[in-house]
Design a protein around this ligand. Structure first.
Ligand code: ADP
Ligand code: ASP
Ligand code: MG
Length: 447
């Protein structure tokens, strides 16, 4: 058995959705078994829902609801499906937004409740389409009704350890059906809906794949696999046939939007391959991610990725940096402020760190607290660039090549770091320098 996960673009319009149904049918024919299907919301709907939640505070409710309903109805119409599908969800959403207006506040818990409707609608549509195509046993089931439970960190929740057993148990009575599961959403122990972070449906697919012990976790996208760089910036980026779990995790962590960074965790635990495939070119081999991957001495760097909108925090203290306990106090302040550090580098008198927390009020409090022990300088609009590849461990001179290429673009690096695993080199530039730097590096390492 396999898990087949279809992303937002694959669920973007009637033609694309029909293609996904054909892919499911092709898989059933090839394997003689039903896959477990996981779907994202229709493309851009999660953004629309989050925006609707925000606008509801000010009483702007009907416009956003109609817009979302219109998109859903157009898709149903394009697929010749009854208009009533998901009608209850739409009226629940309407009520919820009115409730937000009444309390004049939207909390992370409510953002999650509102954004859950994206996957709750698309899963119903897809299961209805499969039924209409002759798969009478197809059923849409919310992930949380199949045992998917998380902690209560709304908007970025993580599965509870016993989720895997719960899913395996809850799935049993449905095992004979063609089940379509909502990506992205779960419930905490109190029964409140949670979400597992943007692009989380990949992660849902991996969690269900691991819980059900499938042979392969397939994520179907609008790209021919994980590529040498972001194809929207690098026109001649090409797909990578093989990656190790570690490489894929690093790529995702450092911004390759193509996979949710936690996707590899459950797959790694159970040693299940993850395959990234192209919905609109299903014969293309895609990328297979396995425990060991494959290194190619000609291309020690596999991919160049970047994560924009980072914040640089420089902490400077001539007096205290060398003294014991300073770092502990500093990290303590970050912990207290719930600010996660990504990159870090130190000199004799200063420490530079980056974070992706950009909210002004959080940074203000952090600054105030840090200023009690040191001088602080905070700069926004930074970008982490990472070169990733297992082959980098055994190759000398890669950093020199990378830095030379960046220097040739007239850009100066603001921070440099290499992880202990030696499969990445990361550095910091300005957001505005992304296209120049990435293009230069891609040319240097992939010709
Ligand atoms: P999904 O359809 O599952 O939501 P995403 O849109 O989240 O898929 O991810 C696919 C997108 O990721 C591509 O359209 C591409 O623009 C972007 N992307 C960024 N970096 C890479 C990369 N290194 N390889 C492939 N795609 C990438
Ligand atoms: N719909 C969610 C999002 O847009 C999850 C996903 O697409 O994977 O982030
Ligand atoms: Mg996505």
């Amino acid at each position: 058995m396999v898990v087949m996960k279809f992303g937002g673009t694959s669920m973007g319009n009637p033609d694309a959705i029909r293609r996904c149904a054909e892919l499911v049918e092709r898989d059933i024919k090839q394997r003689g078994k039903k896959p477990v299907v996981v779907v994202s919301a229709y493309s851009k709907i999660t953004d629309k829902l989050l925006d609707a939640a925000k606008r509801a505070v000010k009483g702007d409710i009907d416009g956003p609801v109609h817009e979302i309903a219109k998109r859903h109805h157009e898709i149903l119409k394009g697929l010749d499906l009854p208009k009533e599908i998901g009608e209850k969800n739409l009226s629940e959403l309407h009520d919820l937004l009115r409730g937000i207006h009444m309390v004049k506040e939207v909390t992370p818990r409510l953002y999650d409740y509102v954004s859950s409707f994206g996957e709750r609608l698309s899963s119903k549509t897809f299961a209805a389409l499969l039924r209409a195509r002759g798969h009478g046993d197809s059923e849409a089931i919310n992930a949380y009704d199949l045992g998917f439970t998380t902690d209560s960190r709304f908007m970025n929740a993580r599965p509870l350890p016993d989720t895997y057993e719960k899913i395996a148990e809850a799935f049993k009575p449905h095992a004979h059906k063609l089940v379509v599961i909502t990506g992205f959403i779960g419930k905490d122990k109190n029964g409140d809906i949670t979400t597992i972070g943007r692009s989380g449906s990949d992660y849902t697919a991996a969690i269900f794949g691991a819980a059900l012990g499938v042979d392969e976790i397939q994520v179907w996208k609008d790209v021919p696999g994980v590529m040498t760089s972001d194809p929207t910036v690098i026109k001649d980026a090409h797909p990578l046939p093989k990656l190790s779990f570690e490489e894929a995790s690093e790529l995702a962590y450092y911004g390759a939007e193509v996979l949710h960074p936690a996707t590899m965790v459950p797959a790694m635990k159970r040693g299940i391959p993850v395959r990234v495939l192209h919905t609109f070119d299903p014969e293309a081999p895609g990328t297979v991610i396995t425990p060991h991957g494959e290194t190619d001495s000609k291309h020690p760097v596999k991919s160049i990725v970047y994560k924009e909108d980072q914040v640089l925090i420089n902490v400077r203290s001539e007096r205290m940096l060398g003294t014991e306990g300073f770092m502990a106090r500093m990290f303590n302040i970050f912990e207290r402020n719930h600010i996660v550090i990504d990159m870090i580098s130190t000199s004799e008198v200063s420490v530079s760190m980056t974070t992706d927390v950009t909210e002004g009020h959080k940074l203000d409090t952090l600054r105030r607290d840090l200023e009690e022990i040191a001088k602080v300088d905070i700069q926004k609009d930074k970008c982490i660039v990472a070169l990733v590849g297992e082959g980098m461990k055994h190759t000398v001179g890669l950093a020199a090549r990378a830095f030379k290429s960046v220097a040739a673009s007239q850009v100066s690096l603001q921070m440099i770091s290499q992880g202990a695993s030696e499969i990445n080199i990361t550095f910091l530039i300005d957001n505005s320098q992304i296209p120049t730097v990435i293009k230069g590096l891609h040319k240097e390492f992939f010709g």
